[in-house]
Ligand binder design. Sequence first.
Ligand code: MN
Length: 232
Amino acid sequence: MTDYLFAPAGVFAIPVRGEAAAYPVRRIFCVGRNYAAHAAEMGGEVDREAPWYFTKSVVHAVASGAELPYPAGTDNYHHEMELAFAIGAPVFRADDKAAAAAIFAYGCALDMTRRDRQQDGKDKRRPWDLGKDVEGSAVFAPMTRVADFGAVGGQRIHLEVDGETRQDATLHELVWSCVEVVAHLSRYYHLGPGDVVMTGTPAGVGPVLPGQVVTGGIDGLDPIELRIGAAE
Ligand code: MN
């Protein structure tokens, strides 16, 4: 038995509908610009050559229903509603068939973002960590196994702030499919159980304020909620 100088970080796990056991997360990958209308509102366009990524620390993940302080270091904290999926089997340099077989479950997620700090990164050609790898910024609802969800297609994906619709699209608008993302990402990582991917957000991102409630959903999946507390 190794003694530790302090208590190691705990495991973050996502409940899976119909399963007694939860899905322990080891890595969180996020796809940049995967809906053309969102890329346009950010002043860019989708890179048709290949998807690209940023990551979030697992210790920054929280379960749907949480109330978290409005984070320090921003005056422009944004919501991004996303389809997330979880990998269920080892997959490396996968073809589309192996990539598809490796996807275990889907769920609603929020990629909360310090938009001002992300913009700093873009302007100064620096990494996005202060914008994206924000404490409490990776929010996950319980997931649904692929077999219980079916094919990704025309499902509606939407987000509300205090009940007012802000994002409203369908999963048809995803530029890079989940399968394509797994096939591509597996050229760079030995993907496997515990790896979760947020697939990007549709148009309509915008700010949240202390005291507001963010809700979201995707047809066929458990909804998601985040309560924004007072500013730190
Ligand atoms: Mn995002």
